[in-house]
Design a binder for this molecule. Structure first.
Ligand code: ADP
Ligand code: MG
Length: 444
């Protein structure tokens, strides 16, 4: 094996993690030839995967330890052994894999590897993995919804990468609903609708991002409806994302809505503090920065609610510190993010009680009472659930604020609302609406 490869291995292990290292890096055999470093891997799938997920990190690591950027190729070892001619032919690993045409473009970094999983997105993540495993079979369509910047686009890109890694010859369309519409309009203008239909109706998987954009766009909905039906009937996977659940998308034709509701609906919630720390640490690691926990914590605490804002804060901090050649220190990071982002709004159990009772036209006294009428128990459970999720309060302290109940009552309420949320999209959107009311009250 080449010395520079062996020298880079320990650093590479740090960068990709032990598990990835054992699975994807250790089996690689590195040989130097006239064209540079040749990394031999056991299969095409392996080649595709390593190229997609690790090649840039391999290059960086080799560059770090060798002080120069080497030419690196990833080639399938078996093919090399049987064909001596290949050794001298200029190898182009990416091009060696023949894939059918794809519509749209995937973001290379948005993979399952770089997606941090926690309570807030676990269901959505698992669903996405299942879809990638058995496309068109288990959950079709797969409808993913959640607020802005919570990882929907990331997750569907990860799903798409995974589908391709499992079967590189698969054809796929992965694009925003807006891009779908624009393509359609261009095709209409150029009198190319037949070609447009063929293109979309023969893919093996169609992934459409931000379908709420279709609201009120009747012609596009019509076209999409037929595309959907053709693909669905042929057992092809359809994946959709939106910032709201299907029934809350205004001006969406009933027939499309019922198609969207016919498969699996999963939602992504805002990440918890721990997840935000994990995400920002991972984002930094991708950029080769080892973020100290104290700084990850400040960023997670002080940037805005969406992950996109969290990332923005990280980018700002990393850019400023590297431009000025400053080390990362806590006080400076605080100063850097303080002026741009207001401190997080504090949500109290009391304000949740007020919002929920107003919404259901009850009094706060009713909500805290021991009245067991269903018209009161359901709102009470919802208020307890929201207190747990949004107010960062413990079960006993919530129980105390709901008329001095036992904390197990609150635990039961939270679980029961979670069950309803997972089974019934109406509960999901009711919770989303209440959550945004609570938040806007808190920030008012
Ligand atoms: P959405 O499509 O829901 O608006 P995106 O998928 O564009 O959100 O996510 C915004 C940013 O936050 C992206 O850079 C994405 O990588 C990042 N992000 C969101 N959730 C996660 C997560 N769980 N793990 C890692 N990165 C995440
Ligand atoms: Mg998005």
């Amino acid at each position: 094996m080449e010395a520079e490869w062996l020298a880079a291995l320990p650093r590479l292990r740090e960068r990709v993690g032990d598990r990835n290292f054992a699975t994807w890096i250790e089996p690689i055999r590195c040989v130097r030839d006239e064209q540079g470093l040749r990394l031999e891997v056991p299969s095409r799938f392996f080649q595709e995967w390593v190229t997609r997920h690790f090649l840039s990190r391999i290059r960086e690591t080799l560059a770090d330890s060798a002080g120069m950027i080497p030419t690196v190729r990833i080639v399938v070892a078996a093919a090399e052994a049987t064909s001596a001619a290949r050794d001298t032919a200029p190898a182009a690993p990416q091009r060696a894999i023949r894939t059918r045409p794809k519509i749209g473009r995937l973001v290379a970094e948005y993979t399952f590897d770089t997606f941090v999983v926690g309570h807030a997105n676990e269901v959505a993540y698992r669903a996405a993995c299942s879809v990638a495993e058995l496309p068109g079979r288990r959950f079709n369509p797969f409808f993913l919804w959640g607020g802005v910047g919570l990882g929907k686009t990331h997750l569907i890109n990860a799903l798409a990468h995974d589908l391709l890694a499992r079967s590189p010859r698969r054809s796929m369309a992965c694009l925003s609903a807006e891009a779908f519409m624009n393509t359609m309009i261009t095709s209409l203008r150029q009198d190319q609708m037949a070609a447009f239909r063929d293109r979309f109706r023969e893919v093996d998987a169609l992934i459409l991002d931000d379908v709420e954009f279709l609201a009120g766009k009747e012609r596009t909905q019509e076209e999409f409806f037929h595309t959907f039906n053709t693909l669905y009937a042929a057992g092809k996977q359809v994946v959709l994302t939106s910032d709201k659940p299907p029934h809350a998308i205004a001006e969406l034709e009933q027939r499309l809505r019922s198609r969207f509701e016919g498969g699996l609906i999963a939602d992504i919630h805002p990440p918890t503090h721990e997840m935000r720390i994990a995400i920002v640490t991972k984002k930094a690691a991708v950029q080769g920065v080892d973020l100290p926990p104290s700084i990850a914590c400040i960023l997670a605490e002080r940037s805005g609610p969406s992950v996109r804002e969290l990332e923005g804060a990280l980018t700002r901090v990393l850019a400023t510190t590297s431009l000025r050649g400053m080390p990362l220190d806590v006080e400076m990071v605080k100063r850097l993010i303080a002026p741009v982002t207001p401190p997080p709004t504090v949500i109290s159990v009391e304000s949740i009680q007020e919002t929920v009772s107003q919404h259901f036209r009850l009094s706060v006294v009713d909500l805290k009472s021991h009245n067991r009428a269903r018209s009161v128990t359901f709102p009470r459970q919802i208020a307890m659930y929201l207190s747990r999720r949004l107010a960062d309060a413990s079960f006993p302290s919530i129980a105390e604020k709901f008329g001095g109940r036992d904390h197990s009552t609150v635990m039961h309420a939270v679980r029961s609302v979670e069950d309803k949320r997972n089974q019934d999209p109406n509960t999901g959107s009711l919770l989303a609406i209440l959550e945004s009311e609570v938040r806007s009250r808190a920030s008012a």
